[in-house]
Write a protein that binds this ligand. Structure first.
Ligand SMILES: [Zn+2]
Length: 216
């Protein structure tokens, strides 16, 4: 007799038989599935399996601010189920001087690299200027807050298709700035995937929905 593995649902903490989520939370998550793909000036396409509401918002909050890294596997699993464009390399959104020890984007990028079998280049992009937290800025200030704060290494990115992994895409300005740095350094296409996306991110840059199903 094999003993069944026991996991705990990262969303509600109950015992479950897999590391992704329990049945109750899976039914909750299904209410917030996102099927839109957007783009920004420099990011050719971005998407996320869920919209940033309710259980999804709480989960991102717990992962990001309460530092509950046990969400990583579940987030990665759902992110990998999106219909992603072909990419040669995964990158994350860096913190200034890489001083942030707990970087959710880095955790997700590392895990996605394993799931998708695409190499993760942690130091391809660096943050060269400190900025305010994006969530502390109102929507109109988000863009100027980040202007030219990232720099990418041409040697590492030249002619490659890049996939940025992050936990949340709110206005799209962070991924746009990272993508801008990548393109300046010769990247061919830059895509982004996050666990959650705010509907606001699609407001001005929506480029037509595509039908795909998030795998549960
Ligand atoms: Zn649960």
């Amino acid at each position: 007799m094999f003993k069944e593995d026991i996991y705990f649902c990262p969303y509600c903490g109950i015992k479950t038989n897999n590391s992704i989520c329990c049945e109750i939370c899976s039914n909750e998550l299904k209410k917030f599935v996102n099927k839109n793909i957007g783009s920004t000036e420099f990011c050719d396409a971005f998407t996320a399996p869920f919209v940033y509401e309710d259980i999804v918002r709480d989960a991102v909050h717990n992962f990001k601010f309460e530092k509950r890294r046990n969400y990583c596997e579940s987030f990665g699993y759902f992110m990998a189920s999106c219909d992603l464009f072909y990419s040669d390399m995964i990158i994350s959104v860096p913190s200034f001087n890489n001083k942030k020890k707990y970087n959710t984007s880095d955790l997700l990028a590392k895990y996605m690299s394993k799931l998708l079998n695409i190499r993760y280049q942690r130091h391809a992009v660096s943050k060269i200027r400190d900025t305010k937290f994006q969530h502390e800025c109102d929507f109109s200030k988000r863009l100027s807050n980040l202007n030219d704060c990232f720099s990418a290494s041409p040697k590492k990115l030249n002619n490659l298709n890049i996939l940025i992994c992050d936990d949340i895409i709110t206005s799209g300005s962070t991924i746009d700035e990272v993508a801008k740095a990548c393109k300046k350094s010769g990247a061919r296409n830059v895509y982004a995937v996050a666990f959650a996306v705010s509907n606001g991110a699609f407001a001005e840059c929506y480029s037509g929905g595509k039908n795909w199903d998030v795998k549960f």
